[in-house]
Design a protein around this ligand. Structure first.
Ligand SMILES: *Cc1c(COP(=O)(O)O)cnc(C)c1O
Length: 391
């Protein structure tokens, strides 16, 4: 059997390993010099005044919600087509997520549907830049400005993406990044809140470190806080990765282009839409969608066949409103967000990482084409089989 091609693969250089070893052989493994150095570099990469590094993207989202002063009785408009953390961060603070369906081409929040979900409890909008493609921030910010809503960007998948030349993460009150190993840059585990608001940054720094005050007196806790700290070991890795951000995003864009060119020959597959004229994509994952005539079962069969060929792949995302605890807590049912469900039933995330080669892209694409044609053949056969079975 030929070798496996993983869904994602971290890219840590020898120089980055050395940075980590340097921290490990020094006296300060946490709250040392790497933390502010990483934050300064991050703020620059995000085009914001402040960055507050934390232990995950989820922690960053949580602090964004807290810093916005949102709480019980408040509603925030967000997308059901996302990683579960972008809605969970609202639940942490007893805020009610008010889902709005997505655009069928961009997979981002459809701004035209936002108005219909606004009510007297609405306080904010939390757009997600899905798969690294900026949400329609001009429309979202226009609605928010008119109504006095706070905007929190889940930019965890989109570091370096731009709208009108402005980097995502800095387009609302606060934004966040995540550095899990499948993200564009990694710190192993990690995340960051970014903002232009000094008060948001000050509060986030206190909350991540057990509510300590700015003086940092070790046993003086000014407010209820958390341990959301990111160690200097992680920050050292992140600094190295950030220094290569432009090159990493270039490699990923190149892989995405290779895929889209090759898959243009497979008409059953819908490749990611090109970036909108005013924006750029930061390629996080490469997700294709099967044409409308395919079912969820067809898609699952394609996933199975790809895996049999040694190709890492996944459905992406599972809609948040259909997760068990959202269904039981809020009474959501299949059918509530038809575009999200239609897309989620047909998506396939293909192997995607910095050093994916042209040969590997070819192997994935031909395996995908084979898997699809075996399904198309089967569905031609099925009516006869059904007739034979007397159904
Ligand atoms: C990765 C990600 C997060 C945060 O993930 P962590 O695993 O907590 O770092 C949040 N939202 C989205 C959309 C993500 O993709």
């Amino acid at each position: 059997m030929s070798s496996q091609i993983p869904l994602s693969s971290p890219d840590v250089s020898a120089a980055e390993c050395q940075r980590v070893l340097d921290v490990l052989s020094g006296p300060t493994l946490s709250l040392g010099p790497m933390l502010p150095a990483f934050e300064t570099a991050l703020a620059e990469a995000a085009g914001t005044r402040f960055a507050v590094a934390v232990n995950s993207g989820t922690s960053a989202l949580h602090l964004c919600v807290k810093a916005a002063g949102l709480g019980e009785g408040d509603e925030v408009i967000t997308s059901p087509f996302s990683f579960v953390a972008s809605a969970n961060c609202l639940l942490f603070e007893k805020v009610t997520p008010r889902f709005v369906d997505i655009d069928i081409n961009t997979y981002n929040l459809d701004p035209a549907l936002i108005g219909g979900q606004i009510n007297a409890s609405t306080r904010g909008i939390l757009p997600v830049h899905v798969f690294g493609r900026p949400a329609d921030m001009k429309s979202i910010n226009a609605i928010a400005d008119r109504r006095g809503f706070v905007v929190i960007e889940d930019s965890c998948e989109a570091i370096g993406a731009t709208v009108d030349g402005r980097l995502v993460g800095g387009l609302g009150q606060s934004g966040c990044f995540a550095f899990y190993p499948n993200k564009q840059i990694t710190t192993g585990e990690g995340g960051a809140l970014v903002t232009n608001d000094a008060e948001v940054a000050r509060l986030a720094k206190s909350w991540r470190n057990q509510g300590r005050g700015e003086g940092g007196a070790w046993l003086q806790h000014e407010r209820l806080g958390y341990n959301y700290r990111l160690s200097d070991i992680n920050c050292a890795l992140g600094l190295g990765q950030l220094s290569r951000l432009e090159s990493i995003l270039g490699m990923r864009e190149n892989v995405a282009r290779l895929y889209s060119e090759r898959l243009a020959e497979v008409p059953e597959v819908i490749v990611p839409a090109p970036a909108a004229a005013d924006s750029t994509i930061s390629w996080f994952v490469y997700v294709v969608r099967l044409q409308d005539e395919f079912s969820r079962e067809d898609r699952d069969q394609v996933l199975k066949l790809l895996r049999q060929d040694g190709i890492g792949c996944n459905n992406y995302f599972a809609p948040i409103h259909l997760q068990d605890f959202y269904q039981s807590e809020f009474g959501y049912r299949r059918g509530d967000f038809p575009v999200t469900e239609h897309v989620a039933d047909r998506t396939i995330a293909l192997p995607f990482f910095n050093h994916l080669s042209a040969d590997q892209v070819e192997r994935v694409a031909s395996s995908l084409a084979r898997a699809i044609s075996s399904i198309t053949r089967r569905s031609v056969v099925v009516p006869e089989m059904a007739a034979a079975a007397g159904r």
